[in-house]
Design a protein around this ligand. Sequence first.
Ligand code: IVH
Length: 663
Amino acid sequence: MIEKIKQRIEDLKNQINDWNRSYYEFEVSPVDDSEFDKTIAELISLETQYPQFLTQDSPTQKVGGSVDSKFTKYIHKSPMLSLSNAFDDNDLRTFDNQIKKSLENKKYSYVVEPKIDGLSISLIYKNTKLYKAITRGDGIVGEDVTDNVKMISSIPKTISNNSDYFEVRGEVYLPKLEFERINSERFKVGEKLFANPRNAAAGTLRQLDPQIVKDRNLDIWIYFLMNKENILTHNESLKVLSEYKFRVNPLSIKTEDIIGVIKIINSLSAQREDLEYEIDGIVIKVNEFDHYDSIGYTSKFPKWAIAYKLPAEIKTTKLLDIFPTIGRTGKVTYNAKLKPVKLAGTTVGAATLHNSSFIIDREVRVGADVRVKKAGDIIPEVISVVKDENYNSLPIWSEAKNCPDCGSILQRIEPEVDQYCENDFCARRIIRGLEHFVSRDAQNIEGLSIKLIEKFYEKNYVKNPADIFKLSKRKDELIKLDKMGERSVDNLLTSIENSKNKSLEKLLFGIGIRHLGKKSAFILSKKYRNIDSLMNLSEEELSEVRDIGPIVAHSVVNWFKKETNRSIIREFKDLGINLEYKPAMEEKSHADITNKTFVITGTLSKSRNYFKDLLISYGANIANSVSKNTDYVLAGEEAGSKLDKANKLGVRIINEEELLNII
Ligand code: IVH
């Protein structure tokens, strides 16, 4: 039994670490927030019950977020903690029982307040003046964003408290209407849309130009006073904060017990839609400050507060039409045209329906009522259909047969569920492909928006990625174009010029080989070093590369087989574009480590990621579980089942010291 629990903890940690890595490295979240939160909740609960298995490298021991180098770092005077989560009334009662127990029948009350979906900030005042504004960062070290925060008009720049250190904490957010306004302006000029108000607020606070911050009308709710002298309760501190002219949420309510908490949660949830800002939960805090120490803290969150998470909103509305669109690889996406409906703060008139089997499986019909949800993305999703009397009389939907743009017959290559437009000369595919080629993770050519690409395509200036690098020859024509001007043309041509020296994986990802993602492009570039070696490989050779599957291998070979594509590569060469892999870090190699497969287990002196990165820098592969293909198990203290398996399979086991000796 205990072994099983230990293994479960290990699996949960690996799963969460993988999700985190994928989020930080590839900027994609592989699961939705509620699944992530549930997995973390299970891990925390097991680690609390079995503290002997709690290790320093557990993801529960790190407060989320990461610190970038753009802004000066600042160490928080006391860590900016996070909150643990409750998902239902049961979780709330458990929370209340724990408090009751640790307070040994002493009297206590609660304050319930909206959990604002923004980003937390610490404001420090010295001798009445606003001195610093620091983001949470990793909870310990944040970033100094004072100049930007000074642009938020509702933040007092002077207060009537002259302590030499006065700190408050709160949440900076973007009101729903501002979010819609900014996104519609970005849409007009072809800029990438913000996914949600929180991302928009985060992106805004990290701007290097405070003027942009000023134009975006961020706001703030202050929810915590750090200097508590003579103040006994949270509720009282909120009053003091408003007296100092801080913006304090009027919806914060004091209540005597958990029954009161649940009632307030219900009434706040009902108001969610009408609020001018997004909330993703409701925070419950013990009111009496002198109880805080006896209730206590974990390294991640206080035990005297909890966040009740609200589910993503779901709305029902009429499906007016289903229409296909074509992406850069020719893939067809089906979209729903909806009767506009208010959802999570914005008006939604379209949603994704993914592919035709998604529609067929759910038996979606045009004219029916459908349920829609926003899953943290810009584009909402249709989740199901309402099968009422009206539904039965509606015609059954059938999939498109032709590309909506070029009219060619759509193809499906079994077992794939998606349909594709296979016409390499389809205008929409080319334009989408060019948009991808210049995007941030590819050539990162700033200023070349989809609107400009469409214009250049129509004018026959740009028909393929290589043509982008020939735009400098058309400078005079570009300047004459509507809304261009000499300065913006100069900026555009400079960013095109600067993109010529990027490492190979950016270009390989950018040219839009179907199924070849950022990670595979990196793996192939690193292994084969230049485009010449890469473009002549066979499917068999490619499939043998670790982490490259047969579908990617087939697609890469297919792409390089086409003469039109080979001629684009020749043009890149003639235009002086870099086609070699340029390592970002110094690459090392060692006969005993390079290309060997390692599994890391147990508690080591530094985090697992440290050893993972060290081994990867020597060209090793890291696997999660031990198999006959494992070359080494790097084992720390209290290594469990992986060690047993390694022993059984005769895999070489080394400790940290032996690894460092080898290196
Ligand atoms: S109290 C130690 N109150 O939620 C107290 N946090 O998941 C910690 N948040 O990092 C925070 N509204 O950014 C508190 N009314 C509120 C909040 C709130 C939003 C955020 C805050 C925090 C995160 C925790």
